[in-house]
Design a protein around this ligand. Structure first.
Ligand code: TYD
Length: 232
């Protein structure tokens, strides 16, 4: 409904949505913590959406299969960065921006920092190019908070290997030194952008990690208190 010209009636806008991303190496427990955070937000009566990258929309899921099967590996890290960016553009348009626009909180398992670290820091794709891809795909839809789950590479790989007995994907099958460098690159990123990123020790049990994450979310983003029902 539009207000009449000159009228003082205000259009009621939805409360602003919030965008939280999770990052980290393999086996750090991101998907568990994404689910737990979404549930905790929902318990407060907040409209919360959990999603993941690569994927989270129809087009992006197709690209996910292409990359994680290893089919795009021979094309090199630059082509992979472009594919991740294409998937991200679709994910943002189809899932993330519509959810934020209606006031939902979006909790996303990996986002643009993964491209910076996997394809940029480790794949040696030019940082200027990574930044340009980020500018055209992400634009102003930057995360309000990024939780980086930190775990020694050996532990993360052991956890990933124990997971449901599936075959290692394109990146899990890289060697230990790749995963050690990955951890260092995520730690460096957290140190470079402390206003957006927090580093959380993922070595503790899942309950303790969830509590640490909740402390950061509450302090930094101040979720609204649960809605009280009006007395009749
Ligand atoms: P996934 O099965 O979702 O793994 P994880 O549980 O570790 O998140 O696989 C995603 C893989 O893709 C993961 O190894 C990280 C990698 N990746 C990139 O290299 N660049 C990116 O931009 C994204 C989003 C993921």
């Amino acid at each position: 409904m539009t207000a009449k010209p000159g009228s003082t009636q205000k259009t009621k806008l939805p409360p602003p949505g919030r965008f939280i991303t999770f990052e980290g190496g393999e086996g750090a427990g991101k998907s568990t913590q994404v689910r737990r955070l979404r549930e905790r937000l929902q318990e407060l009566g907040i409209d919360a959406v959990a999603t993941r990258e690569p994927g989270g929309s129809t087009g992006a899921e197709i690209i996910r299969h292409l990359i994680l099967s290893g089919a795009a590996k021979p094309l090199g890290p630059l082509a992979e960065a472009a594919l991740f960016a294409a998937a991200r553009a679709d994910h943002l348009d189809a899932t993330i921006r519509p959810a934020l626009a209606r006031g939902a909180w979006v909790v996303c398992d990996r986002f643009a920092d993964s491209t910076r670290v996997y394809q940029g820091a480790l794949g040696n794709v030019d940082p200027g190019l990574i930044a340009a891809l980020e500018e055209v795909t992400v634009g102003e839809t930057r995360p309000d908070l990024t939780i980086i789950l930190d775990l020694p590479a050996e532990e993360g790989l052991a956890r990933a290997a124990a997971r449901s007995g599936r075959n290692a994907d394109r990146f899990e099958s890289e060697g230990l030194s790749f995963h050690r460098s990955l951890r260092e690159a995520f730690r460096a990123l957290a140190a470079r952008e402390p206003e957006r990123c927090v580093l959380v020790d993922a070595g503790a049990d899942a309950d303790a990690v969830a509590e640490a994450i909740w402390t950061h979310v509450s302090e930094r983003l101040k979720p609204p208190a649960p809605h009280r029902k009006r007395r009749t």
